[in-house]
Design a protein. Structure first.
Length: 322
């Protein structure tokens, strides 16, 4: 009887040690999040990405039960913030809003020492078309008029940053239509639009949220949207396809990424919370008013998308950006 009892106690101790050992790698994942999370917006305050991120952060905080603080770190089309994130711990408490610009275009075009593979994909939030606009009183009231003028005059256009998705789209159009325009990059869409309204540039290229309020106010004339169909928020604005430019459905997507090596359980927690936040009717209504198109992708699908974008936009960036 004593031998059986001793054996039973030994087994209890062994299994107890095994169970404890199995849980040693996951205590943080089990309690995540246990403190404030920082969400880095790689553009200036007041721009389309910043305005989209703030109500999203509020919803995410409510779901996770911890504050989600938005930090603006503008510069070099998002690459400054991306490079800073590379030095952070991969614990899920500092996250970055990623795009084609800071994940693919900028690193390739400027030969920076990082790629999209240096980050952990978490979730995509939005995907929104890009538009070309001019001041309402501009002499160029159609895209054709702007292109014709650019073939004989020295014109300028603004965007949210050098090597941005906006610039890539414009460079592709310029190559296809045979014109040149000087690019004037700024730290965010709000600054780019302000330069256009102030008459410092002839046109601006940006996502719909960058131009929608000025379009609705009648201070900007939107000439075209990089899409295969007209957009409901701008029914009078032609799309590139109907203007004869096939294959030019370009948009700005925004996703959440973290440093490489994040715990799978932490990623799963963030995935679920982001999906829930984006499905919230109140957030969708807020984004609808901004012309932000919510488009959720989980970590696996976002990772696959970044591979594809790197192949397509990477080649364009290497060829188009001087």
């Amino acid at each position: 009887m004593k031998k059986k009892l001793a054996l039973l106690l030994a087994l209890v101790l062994v299994f107890g040690m095994f169970a404890t050992g199995c849980g040693e790698d996951a205590p943080e994942a089990e309690t995540f999040p246990s403190k404030e999370i920082e969400l880095v917006v790689p553009y200036s305050a007041g721009g389309a990405t910043d305005m989209m991120a703030r109500p999203f952060a509020e919803k995410l905080a409510g779901i996770l039960g911890q504050n989600v603080v938005v930090l603006n770190t503008p510069g070099a089309s998002g690459s400054v913030a991306a490079m800073e994130l590379l030095t952070e711990d991969a614990d899920g408490y500092k996250l970055l809003l990623a795009s084609a610009a800071n994940m693919t275009i900028v690193p390739i075009a400027t030969q920076l020492d990082y790629t999209y593979e240096d980050f952990t994909a978490v979730s995509q939030m939005t995907h929104t078309p890009i538009a070309i606009a001019v001041p309402a009183e501009s002499e160029y009231q159609t895209l054709e008029a702007l292109i014709d003028a650019a073939k004989t005059k020295s014109l300028k256009y603004s965007s949210a940053g050098a090597n941005s998705t906006d610039q890539i789209a414009m460079e592709i159009l310029a190559d296809a239509a045979g014109f040149e325009m000087q690019h004037m990059p700024f730290d965010g869409g709000s600054q780019a639009v302000a330069q256009c309204l102030g008459g410092h540039v002839d046109a601006t290229v940006g996502s719909l949220p960058d131009v929608i309020s000025q379009y609705q106010a009648g201070t900007l004339k939107v000439l075209a949207v990089f899409a295969d169909e007209r957009q409901d928020v701008m029914p009078d604005v032609p799309c590139m396809k109907e203007l004869g430019y096939e294959g030019m459905a370009y948009g700005s997507w925004v996703a959440v990424v973290g440093p490489a090596g994040m715990d799978a359980a932490v990623v799963a927690t963030l995935e679920a919370a982001i999906e829930e936040a984006i499905a919230d009717p109140e957030l969708q209504e807020t984004w609808d008013k901004m012309s932000v198109y919510y488009d959720y992708l989980n970590a696996a699908d976002l990772s696959a998308k970044m591979v594809k974008v790197n192949e397509e936009f990477g080649a364009i960036a290497a060829e188009s950006i001087q």
